[in-house]
Design a protein around this ligand. Sequence first.
Ligand SMILES: Cc1ncc(COP(=O)(O)O)c(C=O)c1O
Length: 420
Amino acid sequence: MAKAGGPFKTPPSGTLPLLGANSGSDVREGVTVPMPSKRSHIPAFEVMRITDEIARRRAGGHDVVSLCAGEPSARPVPGTLKPAGYTGPLGTMPLREAIAGHYRDWYDLEVDPAAVAVTTGSSGAFQLVFLAAFDPGDRVALASPGYPAYRNILTALGVQVVEIPTGPETRYQPTRELLDAAVEQHGSLAGLIIASPANPTGTMLQRGELARLAAWCRRGGVRLISDEIYHGITFPAPGSPDPRGVSVLSAEPEAIVINSFSKYWGMTGWRLGWAILPPDLLAPMEALASNFALSPPAPAQELALTAFTPETYAERDGIVANFARARELILAAAPELQWGTAAPSDGAFYYYSELGPQLERFSNSVDYARALLEQANVAIVPGVDFDPVAGTRAVRLSYAAGESAVVEALERIIRFQNAG
Ligand SMILES: Cc1ncc(COP(=O)(O)O)c(C=O)c1O
């Protein structure tokens, strides 16, 4: 019998209570439209706005002397420490323009650079966007299994999370029918979060499915937030019309995109992401960002300007090709693994599978993962992180470590299971 403790938590019992009613919408011409949150009605931190203005003026050739920002001037100091100044609260204009250009290159979409907010990772974007869009007591739906921080950040902000249980029948993605059922059960929604490719399943929404969800949200005045952090880490069939993933903006210009330099560009530690916002959320976002974060990290923003060159795309696509080979190895080993139903793994670098027959020997995914780590030194994630209920039967493998790590892990997993 495996021991308790270590890095694995025991599966929780029960789900989060749902309280109160949603707010933050208005009726215009008979149609419900979402409104910015009440709590985002705060004054912006002026200094950070002025920082933007100084940068604009300097770019225009003006010799500006700043007695403005509360930071030491950027003088070199001995050693390796290099001072770097704040930027505007929503990031530098050259980076916001470069991000807008990325939407032209990859998706053939026109994005206004002023609608781009650069953030401290997509995690920073979630916090600010949720604050800008929702008030405490609002209800926001998301798919389960799903990335745990959505539900945790929302809960911390007093927003009620409505989990939509999904499975292989809908490729682990929400549908209009599932959303209708959620509204019937819990009441109207203020927001819906989608992810494609999703974590932990890797499944993707196709263009038609995305359009149907967007239409559903528009009809109900529900803010649609799309986490596109795994775009580009995709394994499309030859001739696929949307090889990088479909941006929600092609279906709904008023939707909110969240993305990051962390995954496709592998820049997790640089803590840089972005949001693309509808016009009504720009001022709330600027007010919140200028107070909560002052500015996204300046050196990371400078480095990120090199992310959108043909050379960088080619280099990163080479890394994705390695993920693709690692994925093939796992798919080929699936019969020998003798697990249960697995998600299709269209993108990201995840393989999410039920443990099936393995659960005859282990009482749940936590016990399985714990024993695998202790006895075979292979670390995988039990599904309870992503789905507190059905995740007790599933695990997630990340093949971001590449081919050789996957080969070694598969051998060990099969040996571990055969020895039991
Ligand atoms: C689906 C998803 N969204 C967002 C994030 C957060 O990434 P970051 O804050 O580094 O941009 C992660 C990280 O694993 C993720 O899996």
